[in-house]
Design a protein around this ligand. Structure first.
Ligand code: AMP
Ligand code: ZN
Ligand code: FE
Ligand code: FE
Length: 405
């Protein structure tokens, strides 16, 4: 039911408002005339005349762009012109039906006040109980890190899925940025990156809307990649000693030219029959603490946040649950990261439960942080994660506004 209402929000809202408006009309006319038949007749006629007038009103306004479409001033003036037309409609209907100018004019005047208030309350109730959702995805991985879908295709897929915003956040690099060519008109693309920070469990810092030409950010991430390359070479040697033969050129092909990481090792192990599944490669060989695991260089959290800020970007804590901290420890961490300049928290995440989302939204509010939403789409490498997230639009607006600045 809730899903159906959200999908047909405009239609459902129009319907509940027509019922509310009719009830208000009945109440006003009955109070004035004490005649129930008249009250229902007015409401019945009004139902059709107002529907037509509303359509005509919207149509006439659509021809003019003054005041500018979408502006607050325009909404205000439109509200007034509509109330005048609607009240004249009521005046006319009551006049024709009762031939009593006093009733007709009183009804019109009372109606304009009560319905304006009623419409406002009706709008607030909808926003409170069934707020508008927005589709977007601010956390995805392309072939430039460990995803299987190319950057341009991610943008097109997001557009097809009706996302209004898309960000590609590859691990420790944003090499995809200069390659984005066509951005469909129905979607806004935000440059992104996901930096792995030093932490006992997992702490990833997302960066958005930074300057991709910022020298220090570019160079620092390049250093991480150089270190990673050396680690991969060492991993190949270590694998040899375990009887797993994987060559660098195979990994390069596997990664489609992107940055090579453990997922590509895992896929190669699967293809060569060393393991029965991708996950088995991690669980018995590649995961942290397993024999073939090799650490990579990470930035300190403070450093990652400072770099993103220096490059004019917005640092956001990714998937808070992956820190594996309890509520109190997590809050302490958020306070610490905020003191370094953290600006947001990824409250909506494909693997967060509803309770987790609620808790992270609460923490964001309490510590005055922006809220983001991301799936962590990796294509076939995380086949159960699909592109696109639905989130409460009101919660996302502060972040989306901050991106525009
Ligand atoms: P790397 O940067 O080369 O250390 O690889 C990190 C990536 O490996 C992560 O982004 C995950 O996609 C994947 N990964 C790490 N640990 C696991 C695990 N236990 N199970 C499955 N995938 C994992
Ligand atoms: Zn990844
Ligand atoms: Fe991550
Ligand atoms: Fe990620």
């Amino acid at each position: 039911m809730k899903h159906f209402l959200l999908k047909n929000r405009v239609l459902a809202k129009t319907f509940t408002w027509r019922i509310t408006a009719s009830l208000i009309t009945i109440a006003i006319i009955y109070t004035l005339t004490q005649k129930i038949i008249i009250a229902f007749t007015v409401a019945g006629i009004e139902y059709f005349t107002k529907m037509f007038l509303y359509w005509a009103h919207e149509k006439s306004w659509s021809f003019s762009n003054k005041p500018k479409k979408g502006s607050q001033q325009r909404s205000l003036i439109k509200t007034v012109t509509w109330r005048i037309i609607a009240s004249l409609d009521t005046l006319f209907i009551v006049m024709v039906l009762t031939k009593e100018p006093m009733w007709a004019s009183s009804a019109a005047i009372i109606e304009s006040g009560v319905k304006t208030l009623g419409y406002y309350i009706h709008d607030r109730i909808w926003d409170r109980f069934l707020p508008e959702n927005i589709m977007l995805d601010l956390h995805t991985h392309s072939t430039y890190s460990d995803g299987t879908v190319a950057p341009q295709e991610i943008i097109e897929l997001a557009s097809k899925k009706h996302c209004k915003y898309i960000s590609i956040t590859d691990h420790d690099n944003f090499n995809h940025v200069p390659l984005i060519k066509n951005i469909p008109s129905n979607i806004i693309y935000i440059p992104g990156v996901e930096i792995s920070a030093e932490f006992p469990s997992t702490l990833h810092i997302l960066g958005y809307a930074f300057d991709p030409e910022h020298t220090e950010l570019k160079n620092t991430l390049q250093t991480l990649q150089d270190v990673r390359k050396k680690r991969n070479e060492a991993m190949i040697k270590k694998m040899e000693t375990h009887g797993f033969h994987i060559r660098m050129d195979e990994l390069i092909a596997e990664s489609k030219g992107g940055i090579i990481g453990r997922p590509h090792f895992a896929n190669q192990m699967l293809k060569k029959g060393y393991v029965a599944s991708y996950q088995e490669a991690f669980d018995t060989h590649l995961a942290k603490g397993k024999p073939l695991y090799m650490d990579k260089k990470r930035l300190a959290p403070k450093e990652a946040i400072r770099l993103i800020l220096d490059a004019g970007g917005i640092p956001v804590m990714a998937h808070p649950y992956q820190t594996k901290l309890d509520n109190e420890e997590l809050e302490q961490l958020i306070i610490e990261l905020k003191s370094y300049g953290l600006l947001g928290i990824e409250a909506y995440y494909s693997r967060h439960s509803k309770a987790q989302v609620r808790h992270y939204l609460h923490l964001a509010k309490k510590h005055d942080l922006l809220v983001t939403a991301g799936s962590d789409f990796h294509g076939k490498n995380k086949a159960n994660i699909t592109l696109g997230m639905a989130a409460k639009e009101l919660n996302l607006i502060p972040f989306l506004e901050a991106v525009k600045k």
